[in-house]
Design a protein around this ligand. Structure first.
Ligand code: SOE
Length: 378
């Protein structure tokens, strides 16, 4: 029997537009979905580029304004893969028009923005989700299952890092396509909203809410030419951000993100230490989950490396055969599949409300970076 269609209107065609489009294309090929995703239309200002994108990914049509996408009766879901400064307006307009909404992270540039976005989707009663994709890398999902099963016991520590090095050059401009992440008006913040947000989302998913934080932030290059105004302008983003946190469960957190760690392109790592066991994960070796289990026989006790590729591991039964791995792109495929199968009312996370909690933490980190004080994060 033909499945009900889920007609997608995508906003944006950059890096994230590609990951999301790929996700919706692959999801039905590997997962049994309740509805059939259809790449119905894409909206972007540069119509020529949008036409090329549409033809590459198989979108049925192109709009030059996202408002036209929202007005269309043949669209069920608006997926926002555009820069952070438009998330708020598009998400609220989409919800008010009764569309489901998916949004790239971070949900808002500030928690004030995301709180209005949460109110809009809840008032409209529309399904919603934010693309914090790393939760759905099988090794990370497996960590969640082990923690929830109580394997670690009482948790003492959580630490995470997200390190890059692509903004070290002092003459790198800010603003415009590909470089909007350096423009505070568009991005909202620097590495706190872009990279730490991922660490915080995973951390709160694995280890519960964060109550308070104290942070240190720095902008190493204070002025950069702006691609849109053509002038040298002050840099408003944080280039590096590190914070300590107290989780609601009594454990302590240590987080760091920077775009100035020479040699690191996207090194996302986390470790969690419990009374009975510890887990560690590294994006550069993403199929593996390291585990130390204190209940192992004393003489054989040590860190083991679990190759998370067996059929019984999360999501892996839907891919190749045991031992053969998948990667970054597939975490988005899993997210698309879970969103669609959560439309039965089970509502796959992270919802807008979950992502708003992350924005509350990033706001508190940025505030603490200025005040030097401990700040409430929830
Ligand atoms: C920045 O370079 C970036 O692309 C982030 O915006 C993504 O969210 C992260 O997953 C990888 O790095």
């Amino acid at each position: 029997m033909a499945k009900e269609k889920l007609r997608i209107g995508m906003v944006g065609y950059g890096f994230m537009g590609r990951t999301h489009s790929n996700a919706f294309s692959q999801a039905p090929k590997f997962f049994d979905l309740d509805r059939e995703p259809v790449l119905t239309a894409i909206a972007a200002r540069n119509t020529e580029r949008a036409e090329e994108f549409a033809s590459n990914w198989g979108y049925g049509s192109v709009e030059s304004d996202w408002r036209a996408l929202i007005d269309r009766d043949d669209i069920d879901l608006i997926d926002i893969a555009a820069p952070n400064n438009v998330h708020h307006e598009i998400a609220i307009a989409a919800a008010e028009a009764g569309k489901m909404v998916m949004c790239e992270k971070p949900l808002g540039r500030t928690a004030a923005e995301s709180s209005e976005m949460v109110a809009a989707v809840e008032k409209a009663g529309v399904s919603n989700m934010v693309w914090y994709n790393y939760r759905r890398i099988p090794a990370v999902t497996h960590a969640k299952h082990l923690i929830d099963a109580g394997k670690l016991g009482r948790i003492f520590h959580y630490r995470a890092q997200f390190l890059q090095d692509w903004t070290i050059a002092e003459d790198l401009p800010q603003g415009g396509e590909a470089l909007w992440r350096l423009d505070v008006d568009v991005a909202g913040s620097g590495v706190t909203g872009d990279l730490l947000a991922h660490c915080i989302d995973t951390a709160m998913w694995l280890n519960g809410g964060i109550d308070t934080v104290t942070a240190m932030t720095e902008t190493f290059v204070k002025e950069r030419p702006h691609n849109i105004t053509g002038k040298v302008e002050p840099v408003g983003i944080d280039d590096a951000s590190a914070f300590m946190a107290r989780f609601g469960n009594g454990s302590l957190g240590l987080f760091e993100a920077t775009r100035y760690a020479r040699g690191h392109k996207a090194l996302y790592t986390f470790e969690i230490n419990g009374e009975n066991a510890s887990l560690a994960w590294d994006l550069h070796d993403l199929t593996r989950l390291s585990m130390f289990d204190h209940s192992d026989e004393g003489t054989e006790r040590g860190w083991r490396s679990i190759h998370v590729t067996d059929g019984e591991h999360p999501y892996m039964g839907n891919w190749w055969v045991p031992g053969l791995h998948i990667g970054y792109a597939e975490s988005f495929v899993h997210q698309a599949a879970d969103f669609i199968n959560g439309l039965d009312g089970t509502a796959a996370a992270p919802t807008f409300a979950d992502a708003h909690q992350t924005d509350l933490v990033t706001d508190a980190v940025l505030k603490s970076g200025k005040t030097g004080q401990w700040e409430n994060a929830s």
